[in-house]
Design a protein around this ligand. Structure first.
Ligand code: BGC
Length: 775
């Protein structure tokens, strides 16, 4: 049944593409939803990757089949003491022997210049073909210098800074022998129950696409061959963020339109930014497991997008196709994966152990294997590994350098979103004489590292101050005038229900002028296989919050988490709220910078915050329905909570205020191939310098397919002095205002549109324009 559906969709795609060739006026370029889009057959393989094809051919012609399959094999290569807990111990000699024999072309989990050099040496000096190793690692939000989780970084809407954090991560990782990172994760998700929401850039395809490209640029730099670059890997291709019920690895049931409009664009954006590799996901999409999906891997990625890099499977996602009920056994799964276009097998070893037989029996051709080997070798050449396989151990001094920590502090500050600030409680006044710092995360040295801090260890959440800690508590201590008194109480643990500490917490709250209360989730509560059905504060933290608030003192709640939490009670009863996520190595300083006003908060939500878990999925770019919510009974809403989010996408407050006005369109009637040009003025109407993220949204009012009530199409982050007015000019290509119609043609239809520019997805300043058919 599933296969039938797939074929039906495939045929529809094909027939629509044929029709496109004799195209009608308003059909824009297929699959071109991302900015800077190019046509379906654009050349996205950077020319510099093709320089070695002659050498690659020669090499392939000299390789045995076993050596070829070795190049398609990625194995765990970590030293036990430094590796992830729970992963099997491997002797170094055993791994070197694998490399020497050519049975393995890539390792993951190997760290450190000297160790990885020894593995490389086995490959390039002692193996028959002298082919260097790919050394891959999950450098997701920093290598040694840990940055905020990606969801937090996305709150900065600062593409340059996000590129910079990826650059720093690349410099550190390459110095320590890693030449490949399994990042960025570009999965769009609208489900905070899914723990991996922490690893992505939120709910919006446009924002996620922009950030995907920034991260790829940052990781890969000007040249992959530089000793400051690593190959990026856009993952998880595709639909992984749609896991039903927010349960990791679960089924994704996605309409072809949503696949193309919401989930593919960020991957396309990564390809256009020159990403060297892609990872095929664990999940199935519409009945076809992603690691055996020819349609996405071959037709879209290779044929349409002309991706010339390497496709690696996710961890055992090939053999998991047996559990999916898509392959009979591991051998069948390997045939399906290689035939679908997965070049490299991560950790299941099924390619190495079964594809030889599959070739003998004619299920797979050797040229198919050669093609996969070509992709692997191409990227090894592009990384300069044939010429410079070794890392210079002296470069490891760059790890956790002062400059890198400065970048970590800046991005951490920009990742904080101020959700509420009643009566200007924040920034704290210099006259505050006593502060109660309370909560299970108030003196935390571990959780703030976030889900993917593989190398940054808890002990490394260390400041460059005289003191040796950087918890929120010590950040506050470092920033507070000596005359102020600070009291600390943990109150309760993150997840247990022992209420014994609450009384003391309440008592210190009562004794102080102001309370800072740090609650949320630990680092293991989000990330892979860390999904929750509740978005409440874990354990008895809610009880702690309510008890402390009842003390009646001005209270600031700092939420540290890997996902949006349902904080309706806090939003109603607490005067000031900072959404701080997991901010990484510089957590305490960054928070103190905001609390004391050394930094004016500028973060904006890349994801909607729901009122409760029952609203999920809730996202700003929803459809209107036939019965949009009103006070009438028979409209689309709930009986128990409002249908609106607690905080909308794009939202975030500042210590200053901004006024948007004089929105003008260059033309109210526009024609393809042209642009929508919108100008407006933004004024800083407060008395502090601050950054604002102006967001442009569009709605296609009537179309042949229903369209979202708003879609982000552009944004601009600007800084303004008090009283300063800036004119902003947005230019949005009209071809970006299209969608996939019922026949999967990408179309930009004539008709009326509305455009808004404002500080979040609910802002009202807007205008209408008409898109008219081209002559
Ligand atoms: C995750 C990937 C990751 C890989 C290697 C998998 O379980 O899904 O995102 O890159 O492990 O660590």
């Amino acid at each position: 049944m599933a296969i039938t559906t797939h074929h039906r969709i495939l045929r529809t795609f094909k027939s629509s593409e044929n029709r496109m060739r004799g195209t009608v006026a308003l059909i824009a370029l297929a699959n071109s939803l991302v900015s800077g889009a190019c046509g379906p057959h654009a050349e996205n393989t950077p020319p510099q990757w093709n320089k070695w094809e002659g050498r690659i051919n020669t090499l392939i012609s000299q390789m045995t089949l076993e050596e070829k399959l070795g190049q398609l094999t990625l194995q765990w290569g970590g030293q036990s003491e430094d590796g992830n807990p729970g992963v099997r111990k491997d002797s170094e000699e055993g791994l070197a022997a694998l490399a020497r024999s050519g049975k393995c072309g890539a390792f993951l989990g190997a760290h450190g210049a000297e160790y990885t050099n020894r593995l490389q040496q086995a490959a390039v000096e002692q193996s028959r073909n002298k082919i260097p190793l790919l050394i891959g690692n999950d450098v997701i939000h920093g290598y040694h210098t840990i940055f905020p989780i990606p969801l937090a970084e996305a709150c900065s809407w600062n593409l340059q800074l996000i590129e910079e954090t990826a650059r720093v991560a690349a410099v550190e990782a390459r110095a320590a022998g890693t030449n490949w990172t399994f990042a960025p994760m570009v999965d769009v998700t609208r489900d905070p129950r899914w723990g991996r929401i922490a690893e992505g850039a939120g709910e919006d395809p446009y924002l996620v696409s922009q950030i995907a490209a920034a991260r790829v640029r940052g990781f890969q730099g000007q040249s992959l061959a530089s000793n400051e670059s690593v190959m990026a890997c856009a993952k998880h291709f595709v639909g992984y963020g749609v896991a039903e019920g927010g349960r990791d690895y679960n089924v994704a049931d996605i309409s072809p339109q949503s696949l193309h409009e919401i989930h593919l664009p960020a991957f396309r954006s990564a390809v256009e930014a020159g990403v060297g590799s892609m990872m095929s996901a664990f999940n199935e999409v519409n009945g076809i497991p992603a690691s055996g999906n020819r349609d996405t891997l071959k037709r879209i990625l290779r044929d349409q997008w002309q991706f010339g890099g390497l496709v690696v499977s996710d961890w055992t996602s090939i053999t998991e196709m047996v559990n999916h009920g898509f392959a009979v056994d591991n051998a069948d799964a390997a045939v399906k994966a290689i035939s679908a276009g997965v070049d490299m097998d991560m950790s299941s070893n099924s390619y190495f152990s079964t594809l030889g037989q599959a070739i003998k029996s004619g299920k797979v051709s050797e040229s198919m294997i050669d093609e996969a080997v070509r992709h692997v070798l191409r990227m090894k050449y592009a990384l300069g590994l044939f010429d410079h396989p070794y890392s210079d151990p002296s470069r490891e001094k760059l790890l956790l350098s002062d400059r890198h920590r400065d970048v970590a502090r800046e991005i951490a500050r920009q990742s904080i979103v101020m959700l509420k600030n009643e009566n200007d409680l924040l920034p704290l006044k210099e006259t505050v004489a006593s502060i109660a710092v309370i909560g299970p995360l108030a003196d935390d040295h571990r959780e703030a590292l976030g889900t993917w801090a593989v190398i940054g260890k808890p002990s490394e959440v260390v400041p460059r101050l005289e003191t040796s800690i950087i918890s929120l508590l010590d950040g506050i201590r470092a920033h507070t005038p000596k005359s102020a008194v600070i009291h600390y109480a943990k109150g309760c643990e993150l997840e247990t229900d022992d209420a014994a500490g609450i009384e003391q917490a309440v008592s210190i709250a009562k004794s102080c002028d102001v309370v800072i209360l740090a609650v949320g989730e630990g680092r293991d509560a989000s990330g892979e296989a860390a999904c929750r059905t509740s978005l409440q504060l874990p354990g008895i933290q809610q009880q702690l919050v309510e008890a402390v608030c009842a003390a009646g003192k001005p209270t600031v709640v700092v939420i540290q988490s890997g996902r949006p939490l349902a904080i309706s009670w806090i939003a109603e009863h607490v005067p000031a709220i900072l959404q701080a996520w997991h901010l990484g190595a510089e957590t305490g300083h960054a928070l103190a910078d905001v609390l004391f006003g050394d930094f004016n908060p500028s973060g904006r939500l890349p994801v909607t915050i729901p009122r409760n878990v029952g609203q999920v999925p809730i996202y700003y770019s929803h459809k209107n329905t036939g019965r949009p919510p009103t006070s009438e009974k028979y409209t689309s809403k709930y009986l128990d909570v409002p249908w609106t989010p607690l905080y909308p996408f794009g939202f975030g407050l500042s210590y200053t205020t901004f006024k948007y006005d004089e929105l003008r369109l260059a033309r109210t009637s526009v024609q393809l191939p042209g642009n929508l040009e919108v100008a407006l003025k933004i004024t800083n109407t407060g008395n502090r310098r601050g950054a604002e993220v102006a967001q442009l949204y569009v709605r296609d009012l009537v179309a042949s397919m229903t369209r979202p009530v708003r879609e982000l199409k552009a944004f601009s982050r600007i800084e303004l002095d008090p009283g300063e007015t800036r004119e902003l000019n947005f230019v949005v290509p009209l071809q970006n205002l299209g969608f996939y119609d019922a026949d999967m043609n990408y179309v930009v239809e004539p008709g009326m549109f509305k455009v808004w520019v404002g500080p979040n997805s609910e802002s009202e300043l807007g205008a209408e324009f008409e898109l008219v058919a081209a002559n």
